[in-house]
Design a protein around this ligand. Structure first.
Ligand SMILES: *[C@@H]1O[C@H](CO)[C@@H](O)[C@H](O)[C@H]1NC(C)=O
Ligand SMILES: *[C@@H]1O[C@H](CO)[C@@H](O)[C@H](O)[C@H]1NC(C)=O
Ligand SMILES: *[C@@H]1O[C@H](CO)[C@@H](O)[C@H](O)[C@H]1NC(C)=O
Ligand SMILES: *[C@@H]1O[C@H](CO)[C@@H](O)[C@H](O)[C@H]1NC(C)=O
Length: 226
């Protein structure tokens, strides 16, 4: 009985004293360069050229994050979007953003963008839409863990607020691969277009100007890697 009570007291104090960053929480620091899946989507100069609002398309879809030891993060994401009602209508988005991240005592991470992020949206549909727009989404992860996989090494897991995990991220390097930690793109004034089918798109003036020039020069080529 006494042992049982002692066990209860120990269990209770373990819960009270729970440190979200205890030794089994993260086997390495979050500082570094991380990438999901085939590890083709990597933040930094090989992915985004913010001044030109351009991207170098990775070979495969995925997501990459870099975290520095002074609270800076960079996001690179490339994904396809399925269109349920029109299966032939495949689309995709490429996103780049950077800013400050904060690790809270309750185990959450919040990524707050600087405001110079952008995304390219393409859809292989009748309208062949392809535009660049500002991207400035704050990301909030309820919790994170880093395990060390015997084969793949450190593996970062980010859990969204609804509990769903983001694809595990493999560590490419303990150094954060990232562009300079400052505003890298002039926030062009946005143009809002409402098309005949009621879709509203927002694109930056720079993207629109480039589109017009390209249209004049040659028919637009698909930037899609297939
Ligand atoms: C785990 O993450 C915390 C918070 O960043 C850090 O202080 C700690 O050093 C990390 N643990 C290891 C083993 O790197
Ligand atoms: C699906 O494709 C149709 C036809 O082009 C389009 O009108 C609709 O907006 C698309 N839906 C999504 C979610 O992309
Ligand atoms: C981007 O989002 C952050 C966080 O919500 C906000 O502080 C900032 O003003 C936004 N920047 C722009 C240009 O919208
Ligand atoms: C952790 O704390 C931050 C900052 O107060 C808050 O935004 C976040 O919602 C909290 N996380 C959880 C899981 O409640």
């Amino acid at each position: 009985m006494r042992n049982f009570l002692l066990a209860l007291v120990l269990a209770a104090s373990a819960v009270l004293a729970q440190d979200p960053y205890g030794p089994d929480h993260n086997t390495t620091s979050i500082v570094g360069t991380w990438s999901s899946g085939t590890q083709q989507v990597v933040p930094g100069a090989g992915f985004a050229n913010p001044a030109q609002e351009a991207f170098t398309y990775p070979k495969n879809t995925g997501v990459g994050y870099s975290f520095s030891d002074d609270g800076w993060y960079e996001l690179a994401r490339y994904r396809f979007l399925a269109n349920g009602s029109h299966p032939d209508c495949i689309g995709g988005t490429v996103v780049w953003a950077h800013g400050n991240y904060e690790l809270f005592d309750n185990g959450s991470i919040v990524l707050t963008p600087l405001g110079d992020g952008y995304q390219q949206v393409q859809s292989l549909c009748a309208d062949n839409s392809n535009f660049v727009q500002n991207y400035n989404e704050t990301e909030l992860f309820a919790s994170w863990r880093i395990f060390t996989d015997v084969t793949f090494g450190p593996k970062l897991h980010l859990f969204q607020f609804d509990g769903s995990p983001v694809a595990p991220l493999f560590r490419l390097s303990a150094d954060p691969n990232m562009l300079p930690k400052q505003k890298l793109r002039n926030l062009a004034q946005q143009v809002v277009t409402t098309t005949s089918d009621g879709l509203v798109t927002t694109e930056t003036l720079a993207a629109r100007k480039e589109e017009r020039e390209e249209r004049r020069a040659a028919p637009r080529q698909w930037g899609w890697p297939w």
